[in-house]
Design a binder for this molecule. Structure first.
Ligand SMILES: Nc1ncnc2c1ncn2[C@@H]1O[C@H](COP(=O)(O)OP(=O)(O)OP(=O)(O)O)[C@@H](O)[C@H]1O
Ligand SMILES: [Mg+2]
Length: 224
């Protein structure tokens, strides 16, 4: 369902061309959970944002359900992103002027979601253990709590694909275990496809397929 073909992203630094993502190809099947590990600066965040349609590649293509996302118009791409996939960013990404519940519901603001969005948002809030923080603003939440709101938000539009960048980076072990079980449930019950950048061994172990990034290149460690 996700096909990454000869994908590269370059940055020019002081006239030198630097390849943050270097000729990467791999396929992720529907319902698969794939983890990506690799040292800091190896290109993991850059790769996720290329797949998610947030950063334009220098060359190569990303196909999602056989559609080349980088040949879509901006409008098509954002509509596609709204329906198909969602992100859990490496760093805080909540809107400071919105409450927890409003932040979780935000991805549904731009589409037609006939169902009870607020009800599902409350369900997700409970699943990440923050029922009592429904009306709190991000500035009144801890870093880990903000992270959990961002995780809940990623599921609100019932995406086929979740791209997660170090989702449990700032969580304690117990909370981490809850998030892992949430991911497992979404993967098993809803068939959500996951691409997860992680240093967490438990998440990496959950994934049937593990990829490793080094200097912008990807190698398969297991699965495939
Ligand atoms: N906008 C940019 N301009 C120039 N170089 C960049 C830019 N964004 C990223 N890079 C460089 O690209 C490389 C890959 O960065 P990336 O954020 O993808 O790494 P990462 O694997 O996610 O690292 P970490 O584990 O620390 O999050 C790094 O060397 C970084 O300095
Ligand atoms: Mg990163």
């Amino acid at each position: 369902m996700i096909e990454v073909k000869e994908l590269s992203k370059t940055y020019s630094i002081d006239g030198q061309v630097f390849r943050a993502v270097d000729n990467v190809s791999f396929t992720v099947r529907r319902g698969e959970m794939v983890s990506i590990i690799g040292h800091s600066g190896s290109g993991k965040t850059t790769l996720l944002s290329l797949i998610g349609g947030l950063t334009k590649p220098a060359s190569g293509s990303v196909l999602i359900e056989d559609r080349a996302i980088w040949s879509m118009s901006d409008d098509e791409l954002s509509a596609f992103r709204n329906r198909k996939m969602n992100f859990i960013y490496q760093f805080s990404s909540l809107v400071p002027t919105l409450t927890s519940l409003e932040n979780i519901m935000l991805p549904t603001a731009f589409g037609d979601y006939g169902e009870d969005v607020a009800g599902y948002a409350r369900e997700l809030l409970a699943l990440v253990g923050l029922k009592e923080k429904e009306n709190s603003y991000p500035s009144h939440l801890s870093g880990g709590q903000q992270r959990r709101i961002a995780i809940a938000r990623a599921f609100i539009n019932r995406p086929d694909i979740v791209l997660a960048d170090e989702p449990t980076g700032d969580l304690d072990e117990e909370t981490e275990a809850e998030i892992i079980s949430l991911f497992t449930r979404m993967n098993k019950d809803a068939g959500t496809t996951f691409v997860v950048v992680t240093h967490n061994k438990d998440i990496a172990a959950l994934a049937a397929r593990r990829l490793k990034m080094a200097n912008g290149a990807v190698t398969e460690i297991s699965g495939g």
